[in-house]
Design a binder for this molecule. Structure first.
Ligand SMILES: NC(=O)c1ccc[n+]([C@@H]2O[C@H](COP(=O)([O-])OP(=O)(O)OC[C@H]3O[C@@H](n4cnc5c(N)ncnc54)[C@H](OP(=O)(O)O)[C@@H]3O)[C@@H](O)[C@H]2O)c1
Length: 250
């Protein structure tokens, strides 16, 4: 496991233990929505099609924080493109993380929430078929009824919005179910749509020490949105990667 140290504020070369990292990434407002991405130095969202190549392996610092953020959230919200493309499996946590959650009155596992307009989702994908908690699919009123019927045995399907997903209402519906702290692992189109509706409170971004060259997209995609000032909360360093957290002062 990689050592992670604090660069800012209060630089300290001592490795941060899990408790210190948990404190640094604790959710500060209720409810909130946090977005987590990894990028290259030159801003690529993928390497050879996937985020894996940017993360630096399963023992790397990005994956350590990635797992920690999943432990801290009530629900993990992901776009259908990322779920399909990255082949999401069931959202499971190890015993230590499940115990941490239950000791704090959280559910044993976070709930997976998938955002999709077209509902081109495979109910046999392990993210649905093997889920420890029944996932939620967020769609809209004109989503194809036949695809909706295929998903209903494995997920709660919420239609919010008449002919496009109304993300603001969708988040309110999730919060009514007690899902206050939301983590989104993207992808770029979902991040763009969340930004457009001013729904993002927190951005966790790992910058990997890789320059990948032209070709890949950025961590955000879709229609242009006005710039927003986020405040840097911390910067950590490990294996040459920078692990940053930015928050919106509302
Ligand atoms: N570097 C990283 O940290 C990271 C993280 C995530 C993903 N990625 C990469 O990003 C790429 C995928 O990008 P992407 O933009 O396709 O991902 P995405 O945003 O997860 O997927 C887009 C799809 O999600 C659904 N969706 C997103 N926003 C929606 C909205 N507001 N309303 C209704 N549906 C919505 C739609 O699905 P339907 O087509 O079903 O309607 C849409 O086609 C992959 O290469 C992946 O590896 C990288």
């Amino acid at each position: 496991m990689s050592d992670i140290a604090r660069l800012w504020p209060h630089p300290d070369t001592a490795p941060l233990d899990d408790e210190a990292l948990t404190e640094l990434y604790a959710h500060r407002t209720e409810p909130d929505l946090r977005v987590n991405f990894v990028t290259s130095v030159d801003g690529a969202v993928e390497l050879e099609g996937f985020s894996e190549g940017l993360s630096g392996g399963s023992d790397g610092p990005d994956k350590r924080v990635f797992g920690l953020l999943r432990m801290l959230c009530d629900a993990l919200v992901v776009g259908a493109g990322t779920l399909r493309h990255e082949g999401y499996r069931a959202l499971r946590l190890d015993q230590r993380r499940r115990a941490w959650r239950m000791a704090r009155g959280l559910s044993e596992y976070p709930t997976l929430v998938v955002v999709s307009g077209a509902l081109e989702l495979n109910p046999a994908q392990a993210a649905f078929a093997d889920a420890p908690v029944r996932p939620i699919v967020v769609t809209h009123g004109r989503a194809p009824a036949d695809r909706r019927a295929l998903l209903e045995p494995v997920a709660d399907v919420l239609a919010v919005g008449d002919d496009g997903v109304d993300l603001s209402t969708a988040l309110a519906r999730l919060r009514e179910r007690g899902l206050a702290h939301l983590l989104s692992e993207g992808g770029p189109h979902l991040f763009g749509a969340l930004l457009a509706e001013d729904l993002v409170d927190d951005v966790c971004l790992t910058i990997s020490p890789l320059v990948t060259g032209p070709g890949a997209g950025r961590i955000v995609a879709g229609a242009p949105t006005p710039p927003k000032n986020f405040t840097l909360r911390h910067t950590l360093i490990a294996d040459g990667a920078l692990l940053t957290r930015y928050g919106l002062d509302r």
